[in-house]
Design a protein around this ligand. Structure first.
Ligand code: ATR
Length: 276
């Protein structure tokens, strides 16, 4: 019997203490007066399957999944959405009443929604996009850019073979550019995206030559710590439209919250403040 239970959700990861998802979802629960709970859950890889199978029986309606479980959860789920398959990872689980587990990926949605919000004049079809990095986040970004109608994506990554693998998944719209040539594919781009961890507090700097930046380019960085990365600072100085990465984190959480708690939450300054 699951009636009248207070709906539970949470974020599963290992480590999990750094996750900002609990602050955000709890802010929304409070804002909308929803009778529900959202909790951080430290789950070791060997326990993932048994924990996730047990969760629907404990009153969980869904969960977010983070490092290191975003790939392995797809083997455990009963259904994986097409977009999660394309992105090669899942970050959102929905538990159906019969206990079935559906794995989805909302990172691409979060990225493109944040981009449209921060750069409303950016036209996806207006020119090529340059993407730094070919990890999990890059796949979500590329999937959403292709869906938005970007005609060409130049993908550049320190490890070229990884970029080639991504290009193979997404087909002819993605061309691979050597990491040392990254600076050469900026000037004629309409969008530049950093999906690497470079520039994050405590990580190395992004050393790509940025002299090609100009006011006709939108620049966005998935790194949100610091909020204004060196890339975004340089872009701002060159007159670019800049979009920080915090909004992606906020927007990717919206579909899960809506699905689990029946209320579409708003991404606004109060939500931003809740996780800063
Ligand atoms: P995520 O899921 O967040 O994308 P990831 O899959 O570990 O994380 O990918 C991290 C990205 O940052 C990769 O593109 C990685 O480049 P490699 O594929 O060559 O590892 C990039 N990255 C991390 N450290 C880097 C560094 N010091 N120099 C250049 N790229 C780096």
């Amino acid at each position: 019997m699951t009636e009248n239970r207070i709906p539970l959700a949470g974020v599963i990861g290992c480590p999990i203490a750094h996750s900002k998802s609990p602050q955000l979802h709890r802010h929304w629960l409070k804002t909308y007066g929803v009778d529900g709970h959202y909790m951080p859950m430290h789950v070791e890889p060997e326990d993932l399957e048994s924990v996730v199978r047990m969760m629907p029986r404990m009153g969980f309606v869904g969960a977010n999944v983070t490092i290191p479980h975003k790939q392995s959860i797809m083997e455990i789920a009963d259904k994986v959405t097409d977009r999660a398959k394309l992105m090669g990872a899942a970050n959102t689980l929905i538990f159906h009443e019969d206990g079935a587990i559906v794995a989805d990926n909302t990172d691409g949605y979060g990225f493109i929604t944040n981009l449209h919000e921060g750069a409303p004049d950016w036209d996806a079809k207006s020119g090529p996009a340059t993407v730094f990095g070919a990890g999990g986040a890059s796949r979500a970004v590329i999937a959403s850019l292709i869906e938005a109608g970007v005609p060409e994506i130049r993908l550049t990554n320190r490890t070229r073979s990884r970029a080639k693998e991504v290009a193979l998944t997404f087909g002819s719209k993605v061309t691979v550019v050597d990491w040392v040539q990254a600076g050469n594919v900026i000037e004629d781009a309409s969008l530049v995206v950093n999906t690497t961890s470079l520039g994050m507090t405590g990580q190395r700097r992004l050393r790509v030559p940025l002299d090609g930046l100009h006011s006709g380019i939108v620049v966005t960085d998935l790194v949100y710590n610091p909020l204004k990365t060196e890339l975004l600072q340089a872009a701002e100085e060159a007159g670019c439209t800049v979009v920080d990465g915090l909004g992606m984190l906020l927007h990717q959480a919206v579909p899960g919250f809506e699905r689990w708690f029946g209320q579409r939450p708003e991404v606004n300054s109060a939500a931003r403040d809740a996780i800063l």
